[in-house]
Design a protein around this ligand. Structure first.
Ligand code: SF4
Length: 319
């Protein structure tokens, strides 16, 4: 299941490296998104991060069509992987079952960038060289590197090597995780972590299974064990807030009851649901199932935030 590694030169599948981030740990940070996830959250805003391997994407807005180009309709592209509908215009369609095996070399033949790969293999040294470009900003803001995904803990050798290397270079380290992984992966990575941002998606296990594909027993057991085993880590709980799924007082209060006994859980953040990932579903030929769900209103977010602030002793609008 894990695509890593070789102990002497750890490498992994990286989706994206994003500089100048300010929401995923202290200071200004570089977020490194790793590919591969063990959940299938129906609201996922990064569907291109779910598969472990690099995968093809197609953006019809960049495609100039059969008459102007048509490169993907011929060999060496897989026969039938790309097609036009006879009698219609020359718009290119994708048969994902046949085109899914295209690799970087094939995608690079597309002259407009309509065909691209999501993700590539990189070594830890290559990633750290990129992250280190902003070392002076980290020093002045207390920032550093944040590993995200996908689920970064599913590439434990690679993640541990990245975070250890970042510490050796004087950077703050953070991970963003849903913790649906074997405990031994946490045990391997957490010694190199300063801040762990972790998702409390749903507290009821049946509902967790309905909306993410798995129950939450292992997730909650991992959270609790992590709080107790690593007292020096700053833990920040988070909830992606989706009206009709978990944007209610019952869930927020259940999460607070779970985290507040643990003093190293220093905050609980709400991440209002958005639909920015819709275009990526289209590019991958994947159906988006949450079409009828709306973003939460400002009033609802403020109401739930006030409950959290009160629980953390911040009543009076100190946030
Ligand atoms: S190679 Fe790219 S631009 Fe050309 S027809 Fe195919 S998808 Fe469109």
């Amino acid at each position: 299941m894990t695509p890593t590694t070789n102990a002497s030169a750890p490498s992994g599948i990286v989706l994206n490296i994003q500089r100048y981030c300010s929401h995923d740990g202290p200071g200004i940070r570089t977020n490194v998104f790793l590919k591969g996830c063990s959940l299938r959250c129906k609201w996922c805003g990064n569907p291109e991060s779910i598969a472990f391997k690099p995968e093809l994407s197609y953006d019809p807005r960049k495609c100039t069509g059969k008459k102007a180009c048509g490169v993907c309709l011929k060999a060496p592209f897989p026969e039938g992987g790309f097609y036009v509908v006879e009698g219609a215009d020359d718009t290119i369609h994708v048969n994902w079952d046949l085109a899914g095996d295209c690799d970087e070399a094939l995608a690079s033949l597309c002259p407009t960038g309509a065909l691209e790969m999501f993700g590539k293999r990189m070594t830890a040294d290559e990633v750290l060289a990129e992250v280190e470009k902003d070392a002076s900003i980290y020093r002045s803001t207390g920032g550093g590197i944040t590993l995200s995904g996908g689920e970064c803990l599913l590439q434990p050798d690679f993640s541990a090597a990245l975070l250890k290397g970042a510490h050796e270079r004087g950077m703050n380290t953070a991970i963003e995780t849903a913790c649906n992984v074997p405990w031994k992966f946490l045990e391997q990575v957490l010694p190199h972590v300063d801040t762990m941002l972790h998702d409390h998606k749903l507290t009821n296990t049946e509902r967790h299974k309905k909306w993410t594909g798995v129950g939450n027993e292992r997730v909650l057991a991992n959270f609790k064990k992590a709080y107790e085993t690593f007292p020096d880590i700053d833990f920040v709980a988070r909830t992606p807030l989706i009206p009709g799924i978990n944007a209610d007082e019952e869930h927020i209060r259940a999460v607070l009851a779970f985290i507040r006994p643990h003093k190293n859980v220093i905050d609980y953040e709400l991440l209002p649901y958005h639909r920015f990932g819709l275009g990526k579903y289209l590019s991958l030929g994947v159906v988006y199932e949450l079409d009828d769900y709306k973003t939460p209103s400002d009033d609802l977010v403020k109401h739930l935030q006030a409950i959290i602030d009160e629980a953390f002793g911040r009543t009076g609008g100190t946030r």
